[in-house]
Design a protein around this ligand. Structure first.
Ligand SMILES: NC(=O)N[C@@H](CC(=O)O)C(=O)O
Length: 444
């Protein structure tokens, strides 16, 4: 493997910003220092004026393989991820077949080892009758256990209290939840159907998938976790009200943590008029005041992680009426630049962005040797230019679905290069398709 020297980078890491050289050998960060020009490197990247971040570790993506590969595949979606500065991802179980047993989980690891450009790990999904599979899971064999406590794409709803109690009581590793109360949503759907028929305006999505439906389900998840002392991570929070369920304080002391997603930080209900079904996702994009509360909760550490919930559907699928258009957005390629947009707006510091997209994910899921720019750690790195804009152009998308909810937008920053285990996976606007990520190891 080649050695690489990155010189004069503005390194954002562990709450500091320092100009440093980074020497990479055999896939790992071998040395960090003010001047490493004497190191014998095969290649030198001059990073003067550019910021070097630990690569984003996205703890929530849907890459659609196996079974839904007309929407996306591990190869295409991981290419989009590295083009966007994401170096590792955790993938969700609502594929076909569902990832609810050891065989399906191992099948995904094997596929990813062949095809994934970024590092990978997979969730075991909970079903209404796989408690034995959950109990017997080796905690190092999956990033966590995913429970759809609200119905979404893939019919994986588990909401009977007695089944959830078993899962929360016996899960051998972290439980992550999608929280929306399905009976409340169904009642809202009936009400809006009565008013509009099948063609309900997309702007009703946050009223159907309401704040109350989110709160009811997420407060139940938190209650269960407290009762059984479960390690719980609640995914994609969208409402101001839910923020009261979480607390700030050192991550190491938390048993209950929270995630928000880039699209909920970017869009609000005002965008339904222009974007329609292109921003239909579960949980729904809600009010501008909810978005502001989530942005604030990230800064005050009520929310620990920012992820994407990358969920591609084809353009044609997305054209249907309210009930036909599936929920979910392709996001990995612009997640980091969308976070940097909040930096430009004065909302987040660069240090906070790095903490929420990388350090905290590594700490919270107990990832081995990733998530920080430290000597001895894997060289998963993203070089960004805060002053070179990214135009979101459908022609330049790597996701198989070929569209983006950010279509037409110009972000102020761009991804210059992405390194995965010391290999250049993306540079000068091009993905290096020959790079392969590794299976993520957990210290559990
Ligand atoms: N987020 C979404 O709206 N959709 C996801 C499923 C999910 O995470 O709910 C999908 O897989 O399409």
């Amino acid at each position: 493997m080649t050695s690489l020297l990155i010189t004069n980078a503005l390194v954002v890491n562990e709450g500091t910003l320092r100009e440093l050289d980074v020497y990479i050998d055999d896939g790992r960060i071998a040395k960090l220092g003010a001047d490493l020009s004497s190191q014998p490197a095969d290649r030198v990247i001059d990073a003067t004026g550019k910021h070097l971040l630990p690569g984003m570790i996205d703890d929530q993506v849907h890459f659609r393989e196996p079974g839904l590969t007309h929407k996306g595949e591990i190869a295409t979606e991981s290419a989009a991820a590295v083009a966007g500065g994401i170096t590792s991802y955790f993938e969700m179980p609502n594929a076909n077949p569902l990832t609810i047993n050891r065989e399906a989980l191992e099948d995904k690891y094997q596929r990813a080892a062949q095809k994934s450009l970024a590092n990978f790990a997979f969730y075991l999904g909970a079903s209404n009758d796989n408690l034995e599979n959950i109990k017997s899971l080796d905690p190092k064999a999956a990033c966590g256990i995913k429970v759809f406590m609200g119905a979404s794409t893939g019919n994986m709803l588990v909401d009977k209290p007695e089944i959830l109690e078993g899962i929360f009581q016996y899960a051998p590793t972290i439980v992550v939840t999608h929280c929306e109360d399905t009976p409340m949503i169904k009642a809202n759907e009936d009400q809006y159907r009565e008013q509009y028929g099948e063609d309900i305006p997309m702007s009703c999505h946050p009223l159907i998938r309401s704040q109350e439906a989110c709160y009811k389900s997420s407060s139940f998840a938190v209650e269960l976790a407290k009762r059984f002392d479960t390690r719980l991570h609640v995914l994609h929070l969208t409402t101001e009200k839910e923020m009261a369920l979480f607390r700030a304080g050192p991550l190491a002391e938390k048993r209950i943590t929270a995630e928000a997603c880039v699209h909920h930080l970017f869009f609000s209900e005002e965008d339904y008029e222009a974007k329609g079904s292109l921003i239909k996702c579960n949980p729904a994009v809600k009010k501008a005041s909810d978005r502001q509360a989530i942005l604030d909760a990230i800064n005050s550490d009520l929310i620990d992680v920012v992820a994407t919930d990358h969920a591609p559907h084809t353009w044609d699928e997305k054209q249907g009426t309210y009930f036909k258009a599936p929920a979910g957005l392709p996001l990995v390629q612009h997640a980091v630049v969308s976070m940097l947009e909040h930096y430009h707006r004065g909302q987040f510091s660069l240090e906070t962005i790095v903490q929420k997209t990388s350090h905290n994910v590594a700490q919270l899921f107990q990832i081995e040797n990733r998530g920080y720019i430290r000597e001895g750690y894997w060289a998963d790195l993203t070089l960004v230019d805060l002053n070179a804009p990214t135009v979101v152009d459908d022609q330049k998308l790597y996701s198989k679905c070929g569209w983006s909810p950010f279509g037409g937008y110009i972000f102020k920053s761009s991804i210059v290069a992405t390194l995965v285990n010391g290999e250049v996976a993306f540079e000068a606007g091009k993905v290096n398709q020959s790079v392969r990520g590794a299976r993520i190891a957990f210290e559990r």
